[in-house]
Design a protein around this ligand. Structure first.
Ligand code: NCD
Length: 311
């Protein structure tokens, strides 16, 4: 069981909760490798995916996770929900509450939307990404992938490279890494750093090449052109030259350094196609881990342990 009712930010989780989630996800990963990938664990429970911002992998990942645990799932997307008719998030929450939903996964363009839902619903809330704030299940699946590929988390040096200032992924990954005893370094040009990078709690670097030899993981972030008010650097080529992961940079990294990216990737900007498709890149392993980790989160929040074994 977890110590919290909701997972809205990494602050909700203790280091013990994180280990519980990763260990539970390990057994679900094994279920995902079977021919029949379904368990009866959450039969009769209702999970709502309230995705009011574009998403492919996170929404489908939660959807598959709910299905594999036999929960009843409902999907709301921005274009297909009453929000386009002007309904407030509070009214949407009241409506879902009246239908007795057990768990709501919410993605929203405003930071704090999950907290607002938690205030007006009884359901468990899981943050599927709120504005530029947090994306905790992404950080959990990233930890899962690092632990699986490198064997441990404590003491790892993880460079999070790129668009830090718009990144809810970094917002969750930095505290997640600190909780498990790893060493996060945020690496970006000044234009893509938050105004007070020190507040995030990571070491700060402005040159990728300077810190590259220290990294066990290079975690490349997508440049979020859609959130930037203006082009944050002179050209994509210039960005790739100083902050992109490419074959030449892999050559000056530790031989065992792995490359990760939350997706979707801008190939040729933060990561070259050659690296993205190489065995050093674990992008698809992250997607694969995402299903198991989200199954674990739903199972643990909804008290699945009371109604049967995990696997
Ligand atoms: C991230 C997101 O939406 O915050 N993607 C994801 O969840 N897989 C990162 C991004 O959009 O760049």
């Amino acid at each position: 069981m977890l110590s919290c009712k909701h997972i809205m930010t990494m602050d909700d989780l203790t280091p013990e909760d994180i280990v519980t989630i990763l260990d539970t996800a390990d057994s679900f990963k094994e279920v995902n490798e079977r021919r029949i990938k379904k368990l009866p664990t959450l039969r009769g429970r209702t999970v709502v995916n309230l995705f009011l911002e574009p998403s492919t992998r996170t929404r489908t990942s939660f959807e598959i996770a709910a299905k594999r645990l036999s929960a009843d799932g409902l999907n709301f997307t921005a274009s297909a929900s009453a929000t386009v008719k002007g309904e407030s998030l509070r009214d949407t929450a009241a409506t879902l509450s009246a239908m007795a939903c057990d768990l709501v996964v919410v993605r929203h363009k405003y930071a704090g939307a999950p907290q607002m839902l938690a205030e007006c619903m009884d359901a468990h809330i899981v943050n599927g990404g709120d504005g530029v704030n947090q994306h905790p299940t992404q950080a959990l699946l990233d930890l899962f992938t690092m632990r699986e590929k490198l064997g441990h988390l404590e003491g790892l040096t993880v460079g999070i490279v790129g668009d830090i200032c718009h990144s809810r992924v970094a917002g969750s990954l930095v505290p997640a890494l600190r909780k498990v005893g790893a060493r996060p370094i945020i690496i970006a040009p000044k234009m893509l750093m938050p105004a007070r990078p020190d507040i995030l709690g990571a070491e700060v670097a402005y040159s990728l090449d300077e810190v590259l030899p220290e990294l066990d993981v290079a975690y490349m972030l997508r440049v979020q052109f859609e959130r930037a008010a203006q082009m944050p650097f002179p050209s994509n080529r210039e960005y790739a030259r100083f902050y992109g992961m490419n074959a030449a940079r892999l050559g000056s990294a530790k031989p065992g350094m792995i490359v990760m990216h939350p997706g979707p990737m801008n190939r040729g900007v933060e990561i070259s196609s050659e690296v993205a498709d190489s065995p050093r890149s674990h992008v698809l392993d992250q997607v694969n881990a995402g299903v198991a980790v989200r199954m674990a989160v739903m199972y643990l929040l909804l008290g699945g342990a009371d109604s049967g074994a995990a696997a």
